[in-house]
Ligand binder design. Structure first.
Ligand code: NDP
Length: 245
């Protein structure tokens, strides 16, 4: 089975590092033209150059609704359309409940949940008009299970699942599909802060015996973006080496 995304235009938020960068590179290898957006302009441009196939880099803070709306318009102008939206940009600001500040709550919810909402709202119009669209939201297993010290992050990721299912229902009649991917522990900057000891302990709790790689997530994202996934919408796909089952 080959995944052919030629002729498609994609936007990957947070596409400069980790999971997002691998998703962007994989979509480009499958033939899509890809826009990557992150806060740092130089890193966005560097990632676009490395990804190739006409990729573009944009400096955008997804926590800012106006910037997100402008980003979608700019991508539509640059590529003539936006067919595949991957809401990947995400942050953590972990702390136990009583130490979580309002700011920690707002920063995480604004980036991880309001950002995807604003991007979907802006991108859906064109997708509906063209009767073709793929929305892929990167949530997390902790959005399903909750996690100590991550009330803000888990709430944002659980909210993203509700958002995914709601827009899947609203947009299905126009052939715009929305799905979520819930990674477990993936080797990126986000998990690099853990000590090797903590990483070993964690791997021991994962049936497949290792942390995931960005490629493990990107392969599913490319499939969901393709024609092969034409009958799948409103689903949450857990990719975690069997950790949560
Ligand atoms: P990284 O921290 O490695 O990368 C995050 C990316 O998002 C960077 O490109 C960063 O670029 C961008 N970003 C962060 N904040 C913003 C913002 N406000 N506006 C625009 N871009 C932003 O993260 P991962 O690759 O590890 O994670 C990617 C997604 O996967 C996240 O949503 C995360 O919650 C989720 N996830 C990750 C897991 C893991 O184990 N790694 C597990 C489960 C889910 P810049 O800083 O330049 O803005």
């Amino acid at each position: 089975m080959q995944i052919d995304l030629s002729g498609r235009a994609a936007l990957v938020t947070g596409g400069t590092r980790g999971i997002g960068r691998e998703i962007a590179a994989t979509l480009a290898r499958c033939g899509a033209r890809v826009a990557v957006a992150a806060r740092d302009q130089a890193r966005a441009e560097e990632a676009a150059r490395a990804i190739g196939n006409g990729a573009c880099g944009f400096a955008t803070d997804v926590a800012n609704t106006g910037e997100v709306t402008r980003l979608v318009e700019e991508v539509e102008q640059a590529f003539g359309a936006l067919d595949i939206l991957v809401n990947n940009a995400g942050v953590t600001r972990d702390n136990v409940l009583f130490r979580l500040k309002d700011d920690d709550w707002d920063a995480v919810l604004d980036t991880n949940l309001r950002g995807p909402f604003a991007a979907i709202r802006a991108a859906a119009r064109g997708m509906m008009k063209r009767r073709w669209g793929r929305i892929i939201n990167i949530t997390s297993v902790v959005g399903l299970t909750g996690n100590k010290g991550q009330a803000n992050y888990a709430a944002s990721k659980a909210g993203l699942i509700g958002l995914t299912k709601s827009v899947a229902k609203e947009l299905a009649s126009r052939n715009v599909l929305a799905n979520a991917i819930a990674p477990g522990f993936i080797e990126t900057d986000m998990t690099a802060a853990m000590t090797p000891e903590a990483q070993r302990e964690l791997a021991a709790q994962i049936p497949l015996g290792r942390l995931g790689t960005p490629g493990d997530i990107a392969a599913l994202a490319a499939f969901l973006a393709s024609e092969h996934a034409a009958y799948i919408t409103g689903q949450v796909f857990v990719v975690d080496g069997g950790m949560v089952m």
